[in-house]
Structures are given as C-alpha cells and as structure tokens.
Design a binder for this molecule. Structure first.
Ligand code: IPE
Ligand code: IPE
Ligand code: MG
Length: 239
C-alpha cells in the first residue's frame, strides 16, 4: 500500500541515503558514538521496509566512506564488527523479503577478511532476488570509484578516442545500477561527502534535520513526497 500523499505513478526508481548523525544522536543522550551506530540499525531496517512498502526497486545506503578510516581506531573497529554482525544476523530476513544485497566500494587490505567474506556470502545468498536491490556503499568514495574506472580503462588499453561517458559508466562498481533519482541526507548537513559523485549528476537532493537513528519509513515517505513536488529538467526546457 502506497502511503497517503505519495503518487504511485511517479515513484523514484532509486533512492540513496547518507545515513548521518549517529554520533550526535548518541552524544546528545550522553552515550558513546558507537551507541549511535548501534541505534542506526533499527533506522536502516525500518527504511528498508518502507522502501519495500513503496515498491522501490533500488535503495542505496552509505555505510562507510573512504574517509571514515580517519576516525579513532576504536570507532573504526566497532563499525567493522557492527557491519559484519548485521550481515550475519539479518541477511536471512532480507533474503526472505526478496531483497538482493550488493556492495559498492573498494575491497582494499583495510577491510577485515571476515567482513569481506560476510559481504560475499550475503551477495551470493541474495543474488537471485528481484524485489529490490539494497546496495551498501562500504569503503566507498565517489572519487575512488572514478579513479578505479580510469585505472580499468588504462589497464584495458582503451584508446582515448573510445572513452566516453558510457565507457566510464561500464567501469563503475555497479554498472547496471541506475542513477539515484533521489538522494536523502540526514542530520542537517548540506553536503555530499564523496557519495556517488558520478551517479548523482541529476539526482534530486533532499536534506532533513532528523538524525539517522531517528529516521523511519515515514521520513522516507516525506522525502519521496518532496521529490514528487520537484520538477526535473535534465538541462532541457519544460514544455
Ligand atoms: C554516520 O554518523 C555514520 C558513519 C559515518 C559511519 P556519524 O558517525 O557521521 O555521526 P555524526 O555526523 O558524527 O553525528
Ligand atoms: C558521510 O558521513 C559518510 C557516511 C554516512 C557513511 P560523514 O559523517 O563521514 O561526512 P562528513 O565528515 O560530515 O562530511
Ligand atoms: Mg557524520
């Protein structure tokens, strides 16, 4: 059932979320930053349910950026274990709901082996699901993604005359993923922070003051309503 005020005929195909504000949520409660990350789990799964309610085909969430390694080692270690546990504990329920899990990001030496294995297992388990694709951007940076695509072009010996937008797109982490129609960032920060730089060229951006651990499906619906009030022109003229 599509929620009130949402037009089922103009749904975004792909919504991407910058899950931000966990640290501030925790600090305001006198808790540790890692408690804020833990509280983000419920927000994520409620958002996934909301996306399924809406019938979205693609949902992408920013879980760890290539810059987040700059954080204190304890926090980074916590986040690695936290993501590993979520993938272990909750992949079955995502699988039962018909969610295909994919990952975008660099698989470099800093990603713990055990976590990398859980990522592969979750992807393989859910590879045949068709209802919705949940992409977890992990050790993801938009600039790194473009650098990796350029490296691939060079390694393949592609001549410059053959390099166009399609050639670059084909070498992004998930070439078949459509560009996000809507990007939602929580916690009142008005920036992109290296998320999906190539892909969001024409995305509608919605910013909300809600801190990620408080985000629920109704906030997703509200972002979609805002999206539906926007007029997308893609550089053309509206007729
Ligand atoms: C987002 O919340 C989660 C990650 C970046 C992993 P933050 O941890 O950035 O929370 P704030 O922005 O410090 O409040
Ligand atoms: C972006 O949030 C990355 C994730 C949500 C995973 P940050 O909290 O890292 O972004 P900045 O540092 O405020 O720009
Ligand atoms: Mg932040």
């Amino acid at each position: 059932m599509v929620p009130a005020g949402v037009d089922p005929h103009h749904l975004p195909k792909h919504v991407a979320c910058v899950m931000d504000g966990n640290g501030r949520w925790a600090t305001r409660r006198g808790l540790s930053r890692t408690d804020g990350h833990a509280a983000g789990e419920e927000a994520l799964f409620d958002t996934v349910d909301g996306a399924l309610d809406l019938g979205l085909q693609w949902l992408t969430v920013y879980a760890f950026s290539t810059e987040n390694w700059r954080r204190p080692v304890e926090e980074v270690r916590y986040l690695m274990g936290f993501n590993e546990r979520i993938l272990t504990d909750r992949r079955d329920e995502l699988h039962e709901r018909g969610v295909r899990i994919t990952f975008a990001g660099r698989r470099d030496w800093r990603v713990p082996k055990r976590l990398a294995r859980r990522m592969d297992e979750a992807r393989e388990l859910t590879a045949g699901n068709k209802r919705m694709t949940l992409t977890i951007a992990f050790n993801y940076g938009g600039r790194a993604e473009i650098v990796d695509a350029v490296r691939a072009l060079v390694d393949e010996g592609v001549p410059s005359s053959k390099i166009d937008e399609k050639a670059i797109r084909r070498r992004l982490y998930l070439p078949d993923m459509p560009d996000p129609d809507l990007v939602v960032r929580t916690s009142g920060e008005f920036r992109i922070s290296n998320f999906l730089l190539w892909e969001l060229a024409y995305s509608e951006l919605v910013f909300t003051e809600v801190l990620w651990p408080d985000f629920r499906r109704e906030d997703l619906f509200e972002a979609v309503r805002e999206f539906q009030r926007r007029e997308r022109r893609f550089g053309g003229v509206d007729t």
